[in-house]
Design a protein around this ligand. Sequence first.
Ligand code: PLP
Length: 385
Amino acid sequence: MELSYILNELGEDREMYFNSVAPPIIQTSNFSCKTVNALREALLHESEVEFYTRGNNPTTDLLEKKVAALEGAEHALAFGSGIAAVSAAVMSQVNAGDHIVSVAKPYSWTNTLLKKYLPKFGVETTFVDGRDAANFEKAIKPNTRVFYLESPNSFTFELQDIAAVTKIAKAHNIITIIDNSYATPLFQQPIALGVDIVVHAATKYISGHSDTMGGIICSTHARITKIFESEFMTLGGIISPFNSWLLLRGLRTLPIRMERIADTTRKVVDYLTKQPKVQKIFFPFLPTDSQYELARRQMSNNSGQFTIQLQTENLEEIDRFCDNLKHFLMAASWGGHESLIYPTAASYNAGNYKSDLPPNLIRFYIGLEDADYLIKDLDQAFALI
Ligand SMILES: *Cc1c(COP(=O)(O)O)cnc(C)c1O
């Protein structure tokens, strides 16, 4: 399917709603049936029909159709947040006594899910350095059911060789789940590389405007139906029709936003490579990065996140640099119009966010501003340390 068709036409039943160009927000909790037989049919096929918005809603269905098509998946299921999608995807594939092998340092709450929450139900996780696919194979136990991937992973952006990992998984009958939020379906196509289940924090690039949260799972029809009938309907982490509508609006401009962000990010990173106060840049698309070849092979472009390590470890200097950036907001999340920083110096003794990373790392997200505007700002802040 062509990208333009997916984003502009797929699933749009305009004649059903007065030929309006934008789809309606079907803000309802339930849908009525005309006859007992119609009600009987709805109950029998709840995963396929509009009956109750905790199950299906037309605005959300349209979002699911488009994201599934973008990922080359048969079907998708939307959630109220990215972590709701991650949790449902993982929990759908394990039972008490099972084992998961996960890439080290996944997204913070994914880490909490695997390390602290699932052990309550007798599910254990081994974390491995994902840069070498063989580490996944070495960690396999007789009860391993899932390989959990996030490529690139959060904060340090290490890649996993997705095709190599899925090959090992298939040989051992293990399900692979990947968080593809960083790359978006435009820059990385995990299903084509053999992955079974793709999840997204739609809050990030799919939204693109920092004004809604959402998550999505993409997989086969059979697997999505199974998740619908268990985790989706019982845990109830659904998205509201209005937030689905905002994500649909975000999708329309995803290609131009991603292209712009990719270009600006390369310009900013190029500036940072020449900045003597920067010791290291974590960015797989840097030609000097040890995973550059792999990045070029399995992703079609870079996104807007990277991390720098400052030369200084002096907390006072790190704070001064961050506090004096005028055009970068200091915030969690990413994927919106606005550039952001997130320093590890803030994570010391911070409960669930407590970090093992050194205090002189600063994660950047590059938004839709002009590169020169951002570089000038960085320049004045570097001059202060
Ligand atoms: C933000 C994020 C999530 C969680 O998404 P929420 O919408 O905040 O729940 C999951 N994975 C990655 C990689 C993220 O950056």
